[in-house]
Every structure is written in structure tokens, then in C-alpha cells.
Design a binder for this molecule. Structure first.
Ligand SMILES: N[C@@H](CCC(=O)N[C@@H](CS)C(=O)NCC(=O)O)C(=O)O
Length: 231
């Protein structure tokens, strides 16, 4: 067990393998080198531990740290960064203004891209899916500008600077799904022609050790699993 109070510490993550919200927590645990037990939840038949540890939303991810539950992926990532501040790289910058900027863009990603992702998956009408895809593309273009200003202009490869940070994990956790969406509706949400800096960033992100093996890669398997929530 690495850091954060040391020996005997228990870290458990309740998740679902293809969830971007779960995947971002896994990436941060990997980045910091924290050992944890992973529990795959059945969202069709939620376990007692999930229901009691996240009674408000009843959603994954939930992090259990020495038996105490922390729900909501962005909250969890920030909690990990603070609880294991002496272990591995920091995910949020130290400077308050840079922290605020990172939180702003992380919220932007889930508000604009995450909500479009959800609509593309679950809307019944193709028209609604296509409108959501257009909103995601527009958000991606805005985000390309932010990435240029915050990172590319300073010669940095990631939003977090030299290494993966908060905004990188929040956006990066959707990358596996972009290919799934392309297969579903024929639209590329991240396209090198429209957002070249983000497309290059995505390749760097996927190559990172902490990310390898975490994001879903088998499009058919994801589509098959998704179908169980649509039937
Ligand atoms: N805002 C939440 C979203 C979590 C979420 O939507 N989780 C989904 C899986 S991708 C879930 O548990 N859904 C179960 C349900 O809606 O009942 C977060 O960031 O953690």
C-alpha cells in the first residue's frame, strides 16, 4: 500500500468496467501507485454496499477509504489527491488560480461533453443523438482553444503540464467511448482536422502507463454491454 497513512489502509473502488467516471478514478489511483481492491458492480442489480455507500445517487464510482465512502468521480479524484498528497504526482496544481482553472475546465468537460455522451447513448431519436454530437464537437473546439492557451503555448504536453493532471483524466476517460460513438452514429467527436492539438494529446494520454489497460478498447463488447441498458 502506498502512502496516505500507510500500512493497513483499505482502499476499495466500486465500479463498472466501461464507465468513464470509474476509469478516471482508476487512472488516478494508478498514477499515484495506490493499491486498491476493485469491485465490479452489477448496475441491473445493485449491491447492498453500493446502495448504502452512495444512497443519494446510487451510482458508481464510489471510493471506500478505510470504510468511509466518497462518491462522485471528480470529488473522488480530488479526495485522492489530497488524502495521498505525499504519494506520487499531484493531480491538481498547487497554485490556487491554476487549481480553479483546472476545476473550471473539468466541470466544462462533464457538463458539455459528458452530457452529450449520455444523450448519444440513450436518446431514442437519431436526430437527438446527432444534435448532442454537434454540441460535443462544439465543446471540443472550445476546449482545443483552452488547451492551446494553457498548455501548448507553454510547450507542455498535458493540461496538467509535464504530466497528466485533473483535466486530462476527466476528458481522457471518455476517449474509449469516442470510438464507440463513431461506430454507433458515424460521427468522430475528436477529429485531428478540427482539433489537432487535442487529437495529439489523446495519443499521448492513451500511451501513459497509468492509462494502459483501463479504458475500454473492444467496441463490440462495449456496444453489447450498452444494449443491456437499452432493452
Ligand atoms: N456524476 C457521476 C456520474 C456517475 C454515473 O453516471 N455512473 C453511472 C455509470 S457510468 C451509474 O452508476 N449509473 C447507475 C444508475 O444511473 O442507476 C460521477 O461523476 O461519478
Amino acid at each position: 500500500m502506498a502512502g496516505g497513512g500507510g500500512e493497513g489502509e483499505k482502499v476499495k473502488l466500486l465500479g463498472v468496467w466501461d464507465s468513464p467516471f470509474v476509469n478516471r478514478v482508476q487512472i488516478v489511483l494508478n498514477l499515484k501507485g495506490i493499491c486498491y481492491e476493485y469491485v465490479e458492480e452489477d448496475l441491473h442489480n445493485k449491491g447492498e454496499l453500493l446502495l448504502t455507500s452512495n444512497p443519494v445517487h446510487k451510482k458508481v464510482p464510489v471510493l471506500l477509504h478505510n470504510g468511509k465512502a466518497i462518491p462522485e468521480s471528480q470529488v473522488i479524484v480530488q479526495y485522492i489527491d489530497e488524502a495521498w498528497s505525499g504519494t506520487g504526482p499531484s493531480v491538481l496544481p498547487a497554485d490556487p488560480l491554476q487549481r480553479a482553472t483546472a476545476r473550471f475546465w473539468a466541470a466544462f468537460v462533464d457538463d458539455k461533453i459528458g452530457s452529450s455522451w449520455f444523450t448519444i447513448l440513450f436518446a431514442r431519436k437519431t436526430e437527438e443523438k446527432m444534435e448532442a454530437a454537434a454540441r460535443a464537437i462544439s465543446a471540443m473546439e472550445t476546449f482545443e482553444g483552452a488547451f492551446r492557451d494553457c498548455s501548448v503555448a507553454a510547450g507542455k504536453p498535458f493540461f496538467g503540464g509535464d504530466g497528466i493532471g485533473f483535466v486530462d483524466v476527466v476528458l481522457g476517460s471518455y476517449l474509449g467511448w469516442f470510438l464507440v460513438i463513431e461506430t454507433m452514429i458515424g460521427v468522430k467527436l475528436m477529429d485531428a482536422a478540427r482539433t489537432p492539438e487535442l487529437a495529439a494529446w489523446a495519443e499521448r494520454f492513451k500511451m501513459a502507463d497509468a492509462v494502459k489497460g483501463v479504458l475500454p478498447e473492444d467496441v463490440d463488447k462495449v456496444l453489447e454491454f450498452l444494449q443491456t441498458f437499452l432493452d
